[in-house]
Design a protein around this ligand. Structure first.
Ligand code: FES
Length: 179
């Protein structure tokens, strides 16, 4: 049996003091939860906005087909070692990316990743027809653009940007194009 005075009890039979303490505690707890929820939502919104913004440059670059700039200059060959109508193979941007540099009959330098976009066989330069040929299923690519022109391949070869510095040909970037 309790010795509490009924006057000290609140409406629901609990002690008034305890009620006040609980009430105060509940109010603060509610505020805390609201603030925490708000802070969490703010942080989450901020984080997702930051992540979204961080991907914008990549999206824009992908949309306009710009070159990757995370690659360094990689030496391919001395230009005087590659007469017109000849080609040389190299790897770019990594050792796992076989590529081909062609010195065309009219003196241009063009380079592509050389894994055929059909089933990855290596493409070769055909001097007579000035095309890139994949012998596996007779796929042909335009030498100047890398676009498929005959056979099963549907996608163009990734273009390797090249630059000649002091007589040496360097790979300086790669472009994935869509079209
Ligand atoms: S792998 Fe090149 S045409 Fe099939």
């Amino acid at each position: 049996m309790s010795n509490d005075c009924p006057k000290e009890r609140g409406r629901h039979g609990k002690k008034s003091k305890s009620d006040m303490v609980n009430l105060t505690g509940n109010i603060e707890q509610k505020d805390d939860m609201t603030l925490n929820r708000r802070a969490f939502l703010k942080t989450a919104a901020g984080a997702s906005m930051a992540l979204g913004l961080a991907t914008v440059p990549f999206s824009l670059r992908a949309m306009v087909g710009l070159a990757e700039d995370d690659t360094e200059h990689v030496e391919i060959v001395q230009l005087d070692q590659l007469p017109r109508g000849e080609s040389v193979t190299f790897n770019y941007p990594t050792e796992n990316d076989p590529s081909i540099l062609v010195h065309t009959n009219d003196g241009e330098l063009v380079a592509y990743n050389s894994a055929c976009t059909h089933l990855m066989c290596p493409v070769f330069y055909e001097k007579e027809s000035e095309t890139l040929l994949c012998p596996c299923h007779k796929g042909y690519f335009d030498l100047k653009s890398g676009h498929p022109i005959a056979g099963p391949p549907q996608r163009e070869l990734p273009l390797i940007e090249v630059e000649v510095i002091n007589g040496t040909v360097y790979a300086t970037g790669r472009q994935y194009r869509h079209g």
